[in-house]
Write a protein that binds this ligand. Structure first.
Ligand code: SAM
Length: 389
């Protein structure tokens, strides 16, 4: 659509500090600009997209002009990931041939559809990379009434109508009860919360949306802001025939919390941990409650050094026994900061590098967490080197 659009996407990259492009038409009186769709340089302009290209699935954005500008910054031309899916494939993050896929979408008893491995998948492999079909700002949901005179339902319907393949969207899972607007229902059941430039929005990733939940999930989902993609990363080796699952809720929580949090989707988890004998589940709950307690205690400034060392080891052991690999990067980073704070840069460095190893697998490598971690680690590395000279 580049030739048909009147806005200039290169303006976005010329302003790295602005979260959205500023109007170029400085002569336009402010009130008029506001009514014409600031921060865009021109009023909305309908174009006929060329759906034959590699981004044929399209993306519908339901957002304020500012959020839309942030999202467009991620999908603007020329963006290698969107304009050439081979780019991602080369980086091992996207398979282009259907025959390459190591999984199949298939009916799973009592769960609707789900994703089954058709080949062996190694630990830490990227299984699926998906781009959003729809991105929606929370405040425009039809069931929320705080979006002013514009009807959220109309916006959601319009967004759906503009997608080239509505069925791909409408075939996704729905809630069982009576529910609001159909588009809102599909988004609520299938979308992930994502953060783009500090804004909390929902992103719907049709391929990832076929993954069912398990409290002891086989995969972890990673959002990459730069390309707006979502990937499922394998946390352990998976054999052909095994179901690939992710966790819909924060990792590491005890049973009672998990049951409450999952009620939003209208099912109770019956997998692995949740179907285990009550003693096994009870022991796991105790470890998870202890994990939360230890995590808060080590961050308490009044904790003594000796207690800290003991608790640190206990924390890592608990995370490993509970197989919460997707959280290891965050825990190791907390330990790095704690040890640095108490004047032990050698230990801080050790945990910092352990954190980076997991962050490179499970986190957005250009995101705030990895960037901050690398910066802290460089400082600690320099300090350790200076001391050893
Ligand atoms: C994001 S969709 C997952 C894919 C869905 N099964 C499908 O057919 O497209 C979420 C819905 O799948 C079902 N689901 C996911 N995990 C489940 C589980 N562990 N047990 C039962 N149902 C599950 C629930 O109906 C849930 O609302």
């Amino acid at each position: 659509v580049q030739t048909q659009c009147r806005w200039n996407p290169t303006l976005l990259s010329l302003r790295p500090t602005a979260s959205c492009p500023l109007p170029v038409d400085d002569g336009t009186p402010a009130p008029l600009m506001a009514s014409r769709g600031v921060p865009w340089t021109h009023p909305p302009h309908c174009v006929i997209a060329n759906f034959a290209g590699p981004t044929a699935n399209g993306i519908a954005v339901i957002a304020s002009p500012e959020t839309a500008a942030d999202v467009v910054a991620a999908v603007k031309d020329p963006l290698p990931a969107w304009s050439s899916r081979r780019h991602l494939a080369r980086h091992g993050r996207l398979r282009t041939e259907t025959s390459d896929l190591p999984y199949a979408v298939t009916p799973i008893p009592r769960k609707g559809l789900g994703v089954i491995a058709t080949k062996r998948i190694n630990q830490f492999e990227t299984i699926i990379t998906s781009f959003p079909a729809m991105v929606a700002d929370n405040k425009f949901f039809p069931s929320k009434q705080d979006h002013g005179p514009v009807e959220g339902a109309q916006l959601f319907q319009k967004a759906l109508d503009q997608l080239p393949d509505k069925e791909r969207f409408l075939n996704l899972a729905r809630s069982k009860g009576e529910h609001v607007h159909v588009v809102e229902d599909v988004v609520r059941i299938n979308a992930f919360g994502i953060t783009v430039d500090g804004r909390e929005i929902k992103g719907l990733y049709p391929e990832i949306a076929r993954l069912n939940h398990a409290c002891g999930a086989t995969a972890y989902n990673r959002f990459t802001k730069k390309d707006l993609d979502m990937s499922a990363i394998d946390t352990r080796d998976i054999e052909p025939g095994e179901e690939i699952t992710i966790s819909y809720i924060p990792l590491g929580m005890p049973t009672a919390y998990r049951t409450r949090a999952l009620s939003k989707w209208g099912f109770t988890c019956t997998r692995d941990l949740c179907s285990a004998a009550s003693e096994t589940r009870g022991a796991s709950d105790q470890r998870r409650e202890r994990l939360l307690e230890v995590y808060y205690t080590i961050q308490d400034e009044s904790t003594s050094y000796n207690t800290l060392v003991e608790l640190t080891h206990e924390l890592i052991e608990l995370v490993q026994v509970e197989r919460l690999l997707g959280k290891l990067g965050g825990y190791y980073q907390a330990l790095m900061q704690i040890y640095y704070g108490i004047g032990d840069p050698d230990t801080a460095r050790k945990y910092g590098h352990a954190s980076l190893k997991f962050a490179n697998i499970f986190s957005d490598t250009d995101g705030g967490f990895c960037t901050g971690l690398k910066r802290d680690l460089e400082r600690i590395d320099r300090e350790v080197q200076k001391r050893t000279r």
